[in-house]
Design a binder for this molecule. Structure first.
Ligand code: BMA
Length: 373
């Protein structure tokens, strides 16, 4: 770890110089030269840009590690139990990897995540990783917004910078540990610092300036690159707040750092949800084209899916209007919070409608994609 920290410190300094002096081209090139992506990761990016011609991939958080009434059963998935196939995208969370313990914030072992990530790769599907990192200043969780100087404190020169550089090292170690039995590093889409257009995480809008937020991003990516992480793509995802492309880009850290542009939104009131979806999907469709980035609905859902026709009656009629969308991912089926689920399970009120959604030729599940060929 000490070796990592030293190397990270050098790179973080470079990153900061780049952030502060965008005109100094040679410095930027020096930082860019320090990284490459594996062949499989390049392939993933190319295929992500191509799959929308075929359809939109369906995703589910923590799909294969637990569901309603079960946990840790080899091969099980609520989505598969309902429609017969795994999601094309499965996401997991790295929260608390920074503490060095065996399990993440939702009590899933990191060893289990490693195995499931490899399995999803072997299916030809994609893995996305979010990171609900704990609050590095207060010691609270990601939702602790009691102090508005947390981001500042972890940037170069801040009192928690060294500590946080160590945290980034734990993320890098995890990414570097994702290998198939043949030794192939498994590509992942890393999606940290999400929903930052709201103010419920310590990296949220009211808790740091746009420059601080962008520097946090650059520091994160630079650090992973210098730690040898060559199997990651990066996703920038706002909440549903931006009203137009300009607002969406206020904290955008730069085309050189980001591969996927997305947003998270949930249904409470149906009309408000549909309005937000149309506005945001329009924004990321436009920016996907003008910035050559992959647009994705990085988190969506209706808790408990109480509408029996939600999939084909609400979600799909909006999605089908935005054919360049790469994937749509619903949040987890929590086994420890009985009403906190977003995908159907056998017998759930929207299960039959989900099968109809699955049967649409334009929705893609794991057996319908090959993202590494
Ligand atoms: C939230 C909830 C929490 C969970 C967190 C990270 O939206 O599901 O229960 O801890 O995501 O997965």
């Amino acid at each position: 770890m000490e070796k990592h920290l030293t190397r990270a410190a050098v790179l973080l300094t470079t990153g900061l110089l780049v952030a502060c002096n965008p005109g100094k081209k040679d410095q930027k090139n020096a930082a860019e030269e320090t990284w490459t992506r594996t062949e499989e990761t390049e392939k993933l990016l190319t295929n992500l840009k191509g799959t929308s011609a075929q359809g939109v991939m369906f995703g589910h958080h923590d799909d294969t590690v637990y569901g309603i009434g079960w946990e840790g059963e080899e091969g099980r998935s609520d989505v598969k139990s309902v429609c017969g196939d795994y999601p094309a995208v499965i996401s997991f969370d790295l929260g608390e990897v920074e503490l060095g313990g065996p399990r993440n914030l939702d009590k899933v072992a990191f060893d289990t995540l490693r195995k499931e990530i490899v399995k999803q790769y072997q299916r030809g599907g994609m893995v996305s990783l979010s990171w609900h990192a704990r609050n590095p200043k207060t010691g609270g969780d990601a939702w602790d917004v009691s102090d508005t100087t947390v981001v500042k404190s972890i940037l170069p020169g801040g009192e928690n910078h060294d500590k946080f550089a160590g945290w980034l090292g734990t993320v890098a170690d995890f990414m570097n540990s994702l290998k198939t039995p043949e030794g192939v590093k498994v590509p992942v889409l890393f999606r940290p610092w999400h929903e930052h257009t709201g103010s419920w995480f310590w990296w949220g809008e009211k808790l740091c300036s746009p420059d601080e937020y962008k520097t946090l991003w650059r520091m994160t990516v630079d650090s992973l690159r210098v730690h040898g992480v060559d199997n990651a793509l990066y996703a920038y995802s706002t909440g549903g707040e931006p009203q137009d492309t300009t607002q969406y880009l206020v904290r955008y850290p730069g085309d050189d750092l980001i591969d996927v542009i997305g947003f998270d939104t949930y249904q409470f009131d149906k009309q408000a949800f549909v309005e937000t979806m149309n506005r945001m999907l329009g924004i990321i469709t436009t920016l996907g084209q003008t910035h050559d980035k992959v647009p994705a609905l990085t988190e969506v859902g209706y808790e408990g899916v109480p509408d029996a026709k939600w999939w084909t009656g609400t979600l799909w009629p909006v999605l089908e209007k935005y054919p360049t969308l790469s994937y749509v991912l619903v949040w987890r089926n929590a086994r420890e919070r009985v009403t906190h689920y977003y995908a159907p399970y056998p017998g759930q009120v929207s299960a039959d409608d989900f099968v109809k959604f699955y049967e649409l030729p334009e929705t893609l599940f794991a057996s319908e994609v090959q993202l590494y060929k």
